[in-house]
Write a protein that binds this ligand. Structure first.
Ligand code: SAM
Length: 287
């Protein structure tokens, strides 16, 4: 006697949940926001689907509804899902060539600015590697140029939506992977031997971290330099345009914006900013 094979669930036809089931996905998005305050309404659907599918597959759930039920039963799964959704990958000196360009084209102009403070914002700072990289870069530059005392003007703020990443940022302890792109002399000078590698307290001076949602909260004002790298790529077009306009308004005249290598300005911001370095995605608010 041959048994009737079980019906093939829709998930098996679309193993990565890349399409279909729009209503169930919408319900799941609303549920995540209600339960955990994580607003995924403005993230690109394709991106969300791919990420949620990773967890569904790992937990053997075949629909967004089934997965939502699992989230109700297991708070631990919620934590893992949020980790998966926020994509926290980062490194010190990520894309070294960008940092070289920042050092040559931005740093001298930054220290020539007349504002009493020099405010640098790392928006979407993840575990703090970017904010700490700025600190190291500015310290090295001011020392080499006999202007170390001017570091007193510098305030660096790292913000992110992800609490766990922010805890790592504040602890200042990093695995080997975080330092993969860091030149050896910098590693030796600014980190205690590891792993874990501890960033030296001197490089942490003037660096603060805060939880902030880029989508629902206004940018901190009067910034001289904003880094927002590898963050907007996950947002839909309308949000990207709104963020770029917000960055423009948050910058002092002459202030700088650095985006990720695969990101670029879209919408009205394209004419608001002038491009300083196309390849490295460095822009300037005209003075
Ligand atoms: C790939 S990391 C980029 C880290 C760093 N900027 C870099 O380029 O190496 C993206 C970060 O954006 C953060 N993020 C995503 N959505 C956010 C939001 N709505 N508000 C603030 N941060 C957000 C994530 O938590 C994650 O830490």
């Amino acid at each position: 006697m041959s048994a009737t094979p079980p019906p093939v669930p829709p998930f098996a036809l679309h193993p990565f949940s890349l399409e279909g089931d729009d209503e169930a996905l919408e319900r799941l998005k609303q549920k995540i926001e209600r339960d955990r305050g994580f607003n995924c309404q403005f993230y690109k659907d394709k991106c969300l689907r791919r990420r949620i599918a990773v967890r569904m597959r790992a937990r053997g759930r075949h629909s967004f509804t089934e997965y939502g039920e699992l989230l109700d039963r297991e708070p631990g799964e919620y934590d893992i899902l949020l980790d998966t959704l926020t994509i926290n990958v980062t490194k010190f000196f990520r894309n070294l060539e960008t940092w070289t360009a920042v050092e040559e084209q931005v740093v001298p102009a930054l220290f020539a600015m007349k504002t009493p403070q020099l405010k640098v914002w790392s928006a979407g700072s993840s575990s703090g590697e970017e904010a700490h990289t700025v600190s190291i870069l500015l310290r090295e530059w001011t020392e080499r140029n006999g202007r170390a005392a001017e570091m007193a003007r510098v305030q660096i703020l790292g913000t992110d939506i992800d609490r766990k990443s922010l805890e790592t940022a504040k602890r200042g302890e990093y695995p080997d992977l975080s330092l993969q792109e860091t030149p050896e002399p910098i590693r030796e000078r600014w980190f205690s031997p590891g792993p874990p590698y501890r960033i030296r307290p001197e490089a942490q001076r003037g660096v603060a971290f805060q939880r902030r949602d880029l989508i629902s909260e206004a940018p901190p004002p009067e910034q001289n330099l904003i880094f927002c790298r590898n963050v907007v790529i996950y947002f839909d077009r309308e949000i990207q345009e709104r963020l770029f306009k917000g960055f423009f308004e948050a910058l002092v005249p002459g202030g700088f914006l650095v985006l990720g290598k695969v990101e670029t300005l879209i919408g009205p911001a394209r004419t608001l900013f002038r491009s300083l370095n196309n390849r490295e995605r460095i822009f300037q608010r005209p003075a």
